[in-house]
Design a protein around this ligand. Structure first.
Ligand code: SF4
Length: 198
């Protein structure tokens, strides 16, 4: 509801798609947020077009707030956080009628970080999320979809800085080499975040 002035720019997305053009072709690139249906409508349509032009499918993880043209997306994950069930209805009906690929995630709360820390959830090298969804936020590539969210929660951007300095950024012409060799290139600060905070 309160768009940040420093959200990922279209130029950064163009550079990201160019750097990763040969990395897992035909895969689905998921637009997340925040809430992606709140992105400026022209910018969102442009992002979808750019992803399609790069040879990838477009996915979106959404709370369903605004219904956009379905043809922009190849896949939609309707994410129920317990406060938006009525918003999901319009998407569910439209997606069913269109026959498009969609799934629903029915979690009514965010991850309980204190529970996760107390119970030593799988982390770092053992985490199923590590390197599965590479995530672009602004010009930094994160090796999972959770690290930047954890940084927001703890209001500390040490890992973002460490990733940037270790070349985990779209400004690195060798970024595909860097992420492919993640065992050597991931900075130790990232593992500290995994094991202590996530
Ligand atoms: S930050 Fe969390 S989700 Fe990401 S790899 Fe580490 S333990 Fe897994």
């Amino acid at each position: 509801m309160n768009p940040e002035p420093d959200e990922t720019s279209t130029d950064d997305i163009i550079l990201f798609l160019d750097r990763f053009k040969d990395y897992e072709p035909n895969s689905t690139i998921i637009i997340t947020g925040g809430e992606p249906t709140m992105i400026d409508v022209d910018k969102l349509r442009t992002i979808c077009e750019l992803i399609h032009m790069s040879g990838h499918k477009v996915g979106m993880l959404t709370n369903g707030y605004i219904l956009h043209p379905l043809e922009w997306f190849d896949y939609v994950n309707l994410d129920n956080h317990g406060v938006n069930a009525k918003d999901l209805v319009k998407w569910r009906i439209a997606l069913k009628e269109s026959g498009r690929w969609y799934e629903e995630t029915d979690k009514t709360y965010h991850q309980d970080m204190r529970y996760a820390m107390k119970n030593n959830v799988t982390q770092g090298f053992r985490c199923n999320s590590l390197m599965q969804p590479l995530t672009l936020w602004k010009d930094v590539i994160y090796p999972c979809c959770n690290a930047m969210c954890v940084e927001w929660w703890i209001d500390n951007y040490e890992v973002t800085r460490a990733l940037y300095e270790a070349g985990w950024t779209i400004h690195n012409p060798e970024i595909v080499y860097t992420v492919t060799n993640w065992r050597e290139t991931l900075p130790s600060e990232f593992y500290r975040l995994c094991t202590i905070k996530c």
